[in-house]
Design a protein around this ligand. Structure first.
Ligand code: 5GP
Length: 369
């Protein structure tokens, strides 16, 4: 018999982190934002566990480079050629930017070709097999996904492999036989239509708790992917025990994002010389990787058995990515001082999470300048 589970699943907007007395931390500068990750399949990486999404608009070289330079993690979307990635690695070497935390993405299609591509990167551009691979599929529940993951692990035994997406704890153990990081989140993304089109998805807070518990029991890691609205949500994810957080929309409005910038003109109420003053606002294009737009651009159109599960959006332009990255590091460090956590690793140990009815005071939001 079909059942509705009685307990409500929670999302970021349903909770807050309760400030409390902890260890003596007088300044945000005293917080250690770097973490050492010891992965299940043997590799070690160090950094701040924030990723850009492996989407065409934000999984591009300019965004990736800035995140890597800030000591974060980065992905590249799967549509770059070996030569393009090779040139990027060369650029990073010349600018002294480490790409130890860079993940190259592959999908579930043409696995032999993808393996060939990864090996070519290794032989031509000195991208060692110990580097990092993201195997990305909107739905990692299909049996093929596990087969591809197993094959990639067999071919690249020393790589850090991130695989997903999933939205339940039950599948984590199986995937962690081959993967190091499980990418969790279905339907939470800001450019996502999966919940509307299929009714499927799991709210992020409950999902993180469920998956982290299972993954950590076998030394696996999880990445909370999608649904980050504010920096506070990244803090919440870390407090809930997520090892990594992945965001798309948060980076998509910046100069560095690949979406085209457009301007729109709006008539204001202000009148000068008898005419309404015109205000110009800038926007950037952001689209889901399952949107009709992405299908037309990368897959030669929608096939007749599919529905579009992503949106194409014009979102407000937000300026330099550095500013967003500083908001992220500043916000996380500040959260740590509110709960007495000396490092990101300590956040989940120090945090008390409370369920709330009203998360933010939004009364003057529309008057922001
Ligand atoms: P955001 O940070 O914008 O809320 O979410 C980014 C995440 O949305 C991505 O990392 C990916 O998991 C997910 N995503 C990207 N494109 C699509 C899409 O077209 N459909 C769905 N369902 N999810 C998407």
């Amino acid at each position: 018999m079909t059942q509705v589970l009685p307990e409500a699943y929670l999302d970021y907007s349903d909770i807050l982190i309760k400030p409390k007395i902890g260890i003596n931390l007088n300044s945000r500068k005293d917080v250690n934002l770097q973490r050492i990750f010891k992965f299940k399949h043997g590799q070690i990486r160090t950094g701040l566990g924030v990723f850009n999404a492996n989407m065409a608009t934000v999984g591009n070289f300019d965004v990736a480079k800035k995140l890597l330079a800030k000591g974060m993690f980065a992905t590249l979307h799967k549509h770059y050629s070996v030569e393009e990635i090779g040139r990027f690695l060369e650029q990073c070497r010349n600018e002294n930017i480490s790409f130890d935390n860079l993940f190259v993405t592959i999908g579930l299609k043409n696995t032999d070709e993808e393996i060939q591509k990864l090996k070519e990167m290794e032989s031509k551009y000195n991208w060692k097999s110990s580097r990092n691979i993201c195997i990305d599929a909107p739905n990692f529940y299909i049996p093929k996904a596990l087969n591809v993951l197993a094959k990639i692990r067999q071919e690249f035994p020393d790589s850090v492999i991130m695989a997903g997406n999933i939205a339940s704890g039950d599948i984590c153990l199986k995937l962690l036989d081959y993967a190091d990081i499980i990418k969790c989140g279905i339907g939470s993304g800001s450019a996502c239509l999966t919940r509307k089109q299929t009714g499927c998805g799991t709210p992020m807070v409950s999902l993180i708790l469920e998956c982290a518990d299972i993954a950590h029991s076998v030394n696996g890691h999880i990445c909370a992917d999608g649904g980050i609205v504010d920096v506070g949500d990244i803090c919440k994810a870390f407090c809930l025990n997520a090892d990594f957080v992945m965001a798309g929309g948060m980076f998509a409005g910046t100069d560095e994002a690949a979406g085209e910038r457009t301007e729109k003109h709006f008539e204001t109420n202000e009148i000068v010389d008898g005419k309404h003053v015109i205000q110009t606002k800038y926007f950037k294009q952001y689209y889901g990787m399952s949107s009709e737009y992405a299908n037309n651009k990368f897959a030669g159109g929608m096939c007749d058995y599919k529905t579009s599960e992503g949106r194409e959006l014009l979102i407000p332009y937000t300026g330099a990515l550095d500013k967003v990255l500083q908001d992220i590091t500043g916000g996380i460090a500040s959260c740590c001082t509110y709960i007495g956590a000396a490092s990101i690793k300590h956040m989940s140990k120090c945090a008390t999470i409370i369920q709330v009815n009203n998360q933010l005071n939004r009364i003057f939001e529309k008057y922001s300048v």
